[in-house]
Ligand binder design. Structure first.
Ligand code: AMP
Length: 214
């Protein structure tokens, strides 16, 4: 099973991907996470991407497609992939088709998380993750069971993304509307698109996704 999760920043792609990994034994391929790791490690890709990401603009199609190709090469062909935050442009759709064909994989679902844009800034400004294992949390909607302790790994350090500020979020939303929304009709004509109400609770969204995948 290979699925794409689409939706504007703050729609819940990362959180839902983590839950699908647990429920379905799939692997999350987040280009955002890969790029943040590259920035942290100071690799040539990271050095190129850092300023672009801080502005909320899109990194080059070639860079993100290479990252995805490398991840697929490294993982077993029997493990399903959740593409989280990729593809985001028409050129990336083309690249992904070529990459999947080369890896002998078919695309099963393109799922759009539909959300009310006014809620996104509130969602984004409250989110943080575990500095050790990356589990996602939110000040209001998704707190750890024990305050200050990660539910998954027990670590006590958390981090917030530098691009989760209001100005950058607005640019990221503009990029989504201008470059990513236009890729949906192509997938629709291939009969691949399902829409899920991303405004429902985290549990309800997961249940809707589980229904789709089972
Ligand atoms: P995300 O974690 O998916 O919100 O991505 C964070 C940032 O990484 C984005 O604002 C872009 O700057 C960059 N990025 C992540 N995925 C892509 C992609 N598929 N294409 C271009 N840029 C990306």
């Amino acid at each position: 099973m290979n699925i794409i999760l689409l939706g504007p920043p703050g729609a819940g792609k990362g959180t839902q991907s983590q839950r699908l990994v647990e429920h379905h034994g799939m692997r999350q391929l987040s280009t955002g996470d890969m790029l943040r790791a590259a920035v942290k490690a100071g690799t040539p890709i990271g050095l190129k991407a850092k300023a672009v990401m801080e502005r909320g603009e899109l990194v080059s199609d070639a860079i993100v497609s290479e990252l995805i190709d490398a991840e697929l090469t490294a993982m077993g062909s029997d493990v399903g992939a959740i593409f989280d935050g990729y593809p985001r442009t028409a050129a990336q759709v083309e690249a992904l088709d070529e990459i999947l064909a080369r890896h002998g994989r078919d695309l099963d679902h393109v799922i759009e998380l539909e959300v009310d844009e006014d809620a996104l800034v509130e969602r984004i400004s409250g989110r943080y993750s575990c500095a050790n294992c990356g589990a996602n949390y939110h000040d209001v909607f998704n707190q750890p069971v024990r305050n200050g302790t990660c539910d998954k790994c027990g670590a006590h350090e958390f981090k917030r993304r530098p691009d989760d500020n209001e100005e950058t979020v607005r640019t990221r939303m503009r990029e989504y509307r201008a470059k990513t929304t236009p890729i949906l009709p192509g997938y629709e004509s291939r009969g691949l698109v399902s829409r899920v109400d991303g405004m429902a609770s985290i549990k309800e969204v997961t249940a809707a996704l589980d229904d789709l995948l089972n």
